[in-house]
Design a protein around this ligand. Structure first.
Ligand SMILES: NC(=O)c1ccc[n+]([C@@H]2O[C@H](COP(=O)([O-])OP(=O)(O)OC[C@H]3O[C@@H](n4cnc5c(N)ncnc54)[C@H](O)[C@@H]3O)[C@@H](O)[C@H]2O)c1
Length: 442
């Protein structure tokens, strides 16, 4: 019997619409994750509607302009013009969608507990508009159990049966902003449905836009996959940060150690120390996992330890600033510090959770006069007001008592920094052999 005839009628209909690209796709939340995904579906020939609560983002998109660095405006303009991509604030339009992807934020509360209120709000918007045959996919990173324990009961209030009348799945988003090689299409897509039919439906949805789909046996496995990936990064970065602190005490150059270790062709993967973790994923996601584990009476020691080491790194960088200033007989109070790079990682414009901001705050609290340069970030909100970037000129570098390299954007002029800076704290080993005098590495 062909697979499609084994499917329930609602699934068969959805399958046919996906196949013919006549299915309407809705994406709730058009940020770093939602917008690239919406664009990919529109490029595959679907009509895509983005559901936003941010009126400015929706209006910008509807003018054909991209506000996400990895999404070219030229692409958005064409898709909007052709009527294949638009944004709306009107959630009643959800009833017209065949598949709905939820891509809303999942931050932490101050207590490091998961804040799933955005997911709840998105699902609450779907519940009264849920329609027979719809596929709902949660993409936001969250703790294992969210789809089955939180989202499913809410959707079932509607009275439809999951796996028969509607379909529900989790599929972790693995996008890596600024990565030119791996983008939405060629990053394999893990999918896990509440029922086997839900898995079939979500796999069919993503097979239309992704090179490879990886079905797993449950939503919990799919949720856990993402948390394993990001915990792996957090713990390994924590380990290498601790090794960096240890090497500092022993007078060993950690960067040279890592470069040499990385020549081993198997069994080693280089991670690099830095001023701390940033972004919306690595500093946050592992705590979703440890929170959930605590509910089952399990303490995730690695996660907590890596979190402690990583969150201490901005303090280590500022300690280096004290040492740099000490070498030119200056106190921190009143000294001019130029922080180079405020994005949380190289070659992107995202400052969420950026350790550069922590470094600036610590130095300012201790009386330093802090400015910053970052070609990707013209202005930041800092201590309740707007702060503009300075151009990275010879005079700006010379005017500083210490230059702190916090983000190693490829386009920065490191030769200029090496030539003109009085002292340098290089937390990324960005100067690599350009200068050693007056340079304080991590
Ligand atoms: N940024 C990344 O690199 C990345 C990578 C992988 C996974 N993720 C995960 O993806 C999810 C989204 O992250 P992001 O970086 O795209 O966030 P983002 O802040 O860039 O975008 C979220 C968007 O959702 C909108 N929104 C919030 N509540 C809404 C609601 N109720 N209805 C409609 N729109 C709503 C916001 O206005 C915003 O535009 C998070 O769970 C994150 O952990 C992010």
């Amino acid at each position: 019997m062909p697979r499609s005839t084994r499917l329930h009628p609602a699934a068969r209909r959805l399958s046919g619409r996906l196949d013919k690209r006549t299915a309407r796709i809705g994406v709730i939340g058009l940020g770093y994750v939602g917008l690239p995904l919406a664009v990919e579906f529109a490029k595959a020939g679907f009509r895509v509607t983005g559901f936003e609560i941010d009126a400015k983002r929706a209006a910008t998109l509807n003018r054909g302009v991209s506000y996400i660095q990895d999404v070219p405006t030229a692409e958005v303009r064409t898709l909007v013009k052709e009527g294949r991509l638009r944004a709306t604030l009107d959630f009643d339009e959800l009833t017209r969608m065949d598949a709905i992807d939820i891509c809303v934020p999942t931050p932490l509360r101050k207590t490091r507990d998961p804040d799933v209120s955005y997911i709840v709000a998105a699902v609450q918007a779907i519940v009264p508009r849920l329609k027979r045959g719809q596929l709902i996919v949660l993409e936001s990173t969250t703790y294992p159990g969210t789809t089955d324990e939180l989202v499913l009961p809410m959707l079932q209030e509607h009275g439809l049966a999951v796996g028969k009348d509607f379909f529900l799945a989790f599929s972790p988003e693995r996008v890596d902003p600024g990565n030119a090689k791996y983008q939405t299409r060629n990053i394999p897509k893990v999918v896990g449905g509440v029922t086997p039919t839900c898995t079939t439906m979500v796999a069919e949805l993503y097979a239309t836009v992704m090179d490879q789909v990886v079905p797993v046996s449950s939503t919990q496995v799919a949720e856990m996959v993402k948390l394993l990936e990001n915990t792996f990064r957090s713990v390994n970065i924590g380990l290498v940060n601790e090794i960096a602190l240890m090497c500092d005490k022993m007078g060993v150059d950690v960067w040279e150690v890592i470069d040499a270790a990385a020549t081993k062709p198997f069994g080693f993967m280089p991670f690099y120390p830095g001023p701390g973790l940033g972004g919306h994923c690595i500093p946050i996601d592992p705590f979703y996992l440890s929170w959930k584990a605590r509910q089952s009476g399990f303490e995730c020691r690695f996660i907590e330890l890596a979190g402690n080491v990583n969150s201490g790194m901005p303090y280590h960088v500022t300690k280096r600033v004290y040492e740099a200033l000490n070498s030119i007989r200056k106190p921190l109070r009143g000294s001019k510090i130029l922080v180079v790079g405020v994005a949380y990682k190289a070659d992107i414009d995202d400052v969420r959770e950026s350790p550069s901001l922590d470094i600036m705050e610590i130095l300012e609290k201790d009386g330093a006069k802090v400015s910053y340069a970052d070609p990707y970030v013209p202005r930041i909100r800092h201590n309740g007001s707007n702060l503009n970037a300075r151009p990275l000129s010879a005079s700006a570098i010379r005017a500083a008592d210490c230059v702190v390299i916090a983000t190693a954007h490829k386009t920065l002029d490191y030769a200029l920094i090496a030539k003109h800076a009085r002292t340098i704290v290089d937390s990324r080993n960005a100067l690599r052999g350009r200068r050693t005098r007056g340079v304080f590495k991590l």
